[in-house]
Design a protein around this ligand. Structure first.
Ligand code: F6P
Length: 319
């Protein structure tokens, strides 16, 4: 029997709760004990740990956020913090830790593995910025949220004959803009992976305007450009009034959609089974349409690729 600690770390993502539920229930089914580590790595350093029973995870599969709470924890980056964390794990008899989060959280898990703890990472981030897995838990829910926002903004943009820049999250990864741009029918997307061309956007707006199009939706990945400056540049060159909406944290909250619930349940359950057999540092990923087990260190080294095909398709259909 193992005592499995579970923590959620970094930015929360829809589906984390579904994954926690799956891990706890599978662990108990297999004869192990599950313990919740609250507030991410900070809770590990501060000993915020409680046993999670079957009913402690009832009624959470549909809830956004994480019942365990999360944090970004600078204390854990220092040796002193990690030493405290190891003592806490020892005190509770926790021999395995499952970390739900993105690349920063996985690096924390690797540090724990370096101290002899068996760890397993489950990819949870709306950014979809991990190269070793096709998708991360929370990504498709965030894409749906952005898609719904595009629909609402298009209604008002069309009514007023306006252009609209919608800034979305994603940090260094353009997947949120790409997938939501396709599903929401955006005219242009600006992503870190593709070269920016103001002229291309301007020409597209003018072409649309000439054939009577009453809106122009541009998705901008955060951090690339100041959206208000960009709106001014577009307005000056097209004479189309251009507004800005920064979607922000709306994208991170909300009930997980069906695919995120299913992937979270799948990766959570398979993660527990993988930890039963494997030692060291592992990661679950969703690759070629199925849950697969990876070496965590190797997984972190896989470079994220951007789908040129989807990008070109978006360009062609938004001509
Ligand atoms: O990694 C997820 C994410 O939502 C990014 O898209 C965004 O840049 C960042 O987290 C925001 O993080 P914080 O919650 O620390 O402001």
């Amino acid at each position: 029997m193992s005592r499995i600690g579970i923590l959620t770390s970094g930015g929360d993502s829809p589906g984390m709760n579904a994954a926690i539920r799956s891990i706890v229930r599978t662990a108990i089914y297999c004869g192990h004990e599950a313990l919740g580590i609250y507030s991410g790595y900070q809770g590990l350093v501060d000993d915020e740990i409680r046993v999670l029973g079957l009913s402690s995870v009832a009624d959470i599969i549909h809830r956004g956020g994480t019942i365990l709470g999360t944090s970004r924890c600078p204390a854990f980056e220092k040796e002193e913090g990690r030493k405290k964390a190891l003592k806490v794990l020892d005190y509770h008899g926790i021999d395995k830790v499952i970390v739900l989060g993105g690349d920063g959280s996985f690096k924390g898990a690797l540090a724990l593995a370096g101290e002899g703890v068996d760890v397993l990472g489950i990819p949870c981030t709306i950014d979809n910025d991990l190269g070793y897995t096709d998708y991360t838990i929370g990504f498709f829910t965030a894409v749906e949220t952005i898609t719904e926002a595009i629909g609402r903004i298009r209604d008002t943009s069309s009514s007023h004959e306006r252009g609209h820049i919608i800034e979305v999250m994603g940090r260094t990864c353009g997947d949120l803009a790409l997938y939501a741009g396709i599903s929401g029918g955006a005219e242009s997307i600006l992503v870190p992976e593709e070269e920016f061309s103001l002229d291309r956007i301007v020409q597209k707006i003018l072409r649309g305007k000439n054939r009577g199009k009453r809106h122009h939706i541009i998705l901008l990945t955060e951090g690339l450009k100041d959206p208000y400056k960009l709106a001014n540049e577009i307005q000056n060159q097209t004479d189309v009034e251009t507004k800005v909406t920064i979607l922000g944290y709306v994208q991170r909250g909300g009930s997980p959609n069906i695919s995120d619930r299913i992937m979270a349940t799948n990766l959570g359950a398979q993660g527990v089974l993988a930890l039963e057999k494997g030692r060291g540092a592992l990661a679950m990923g969703f690759k070629n349409n199925r849950a697969q087990v990876f070496n965590l260190e190797e997984a972190l080294e896989v470079k994220k690729t951007f789908s040129k095909t989807l990008y070109q398709e978006l360009e062609m259909v938004s001509i």
